[in-house]
Design a binder for this molecule. Structure first.
Ligand code: C5P
Length: 243
């Protein structure tokens, strides 16, 4: 799409995977590369949007897919005019703060990040030590707030479109879609982008295959190809959505 059909819009995209600290040197993480989120940010910028990319542990090699012009980094970068402002975050709590701050002016929020459902309850200030002859202490987990569901509930901006992603593992395609349908209804987002993930699909891969559902769980569109092709299909669906 060579059109500037997102001109004048502010879009927020979260990308990557959160890391929940266990102690100062260890974390619980996931395999999200951030490639799909970065492709969404790049596609939106190409279509004229002002983009805030909230990047959770996204490798520099992946961020290089962003247009070099107009790229700004750091917390204050979200205020910059055109192009993509990158805000780096680590944990789910940091990602939540950054997304909520940016969402106050956003026309669209896309939660493409893989957010940890749980975090360690306690994070000691000192590294956890191995004590010879003593079994390890269990790591007790507590639930993280669901950022996407919160955004969908609160709607910080009139007419704001809220988009979620659902990475589902499943053998049959129908399985993946059924899980997606339930999630679409539960989360309250306007659109849910469902993709099948596994060893060699989705996470980290260059291409993707998705089904976009509306808030009722009905299929809006399907897309397959490079993460950029999928990104443009998502923005097409966003532009047709009335929240
Ligand atoms: O329930 P599940 O984690 O599969 O939902 C995925 C979607 O919800 C993604 O858009 C993800 O960014 C978002 N999410 C969130 N906060 C969480 C967990 C997931 O916003 N604590």
């Amino acid at each position: 799409a060579a059109t500037r059909d997102l001109a004048g819009r502010h879009v927020v995209v979260s990308a990557g995977g959160t890391r929940e600290p266990i102690d100062p040197v260890r974390f619980i993480g996931n395999r999200s590369s951030g490639r799909q989120g970065v492709a969404l940010a790049a596609a939106a910028a190409a279509r004229g949007a002002r983009v805030t990319l909230v990047a959770a542990n996204v490798d520099d090699s992946v961020l290089r897919d962003l247009p070099a012009a107009n790229r700004a980094e750091g917390p204050g970068a979200a205020e910059s005019a055109d192009g993509v402002a990158v805000v780096h975050v680590g944990s789910t709590a940091e990602l939540a703060d950054a997304v909520h701050a940016a969402a106050t002016t956003a026309d669209v929020v896309v939660m493409a990040a893989a957010v940890a459902d749980f975090r360690p309850e306690n994070t000691p200030d000192a590294k956890i030590k191995k004590v010879p002859g003593r079994p390890p202490e269990p790591i007790r987990l507590v639930e993280n707030p669901d950022i996407l569901a919160g955004l969908a509930r609160e709607r910080r901006h009139a007419g704001q479109v809220v988009v979620g992603f659902a990475a589902e593992t499943g053998d049959a395609a129908g399985d993946v879609l059924q899980h997606g349908r339930e999630k679409a209804r539960r989360k309250g987002a306007d659109l849910l982008v469902v993709n099948a993930v596994g060893r060699d699909r989705g996470f980290g891969a260059a291409s993707n295959e998705v089904t976009v559902l509306d808030g009722a769980g009905e299929v809006v569109t399907r897309a397959a190809g490079s993460k950029r092709v999928v990104a443009d299909a998502v923005w097409d669906a966003v532009l047709k959505t009335r929240p």
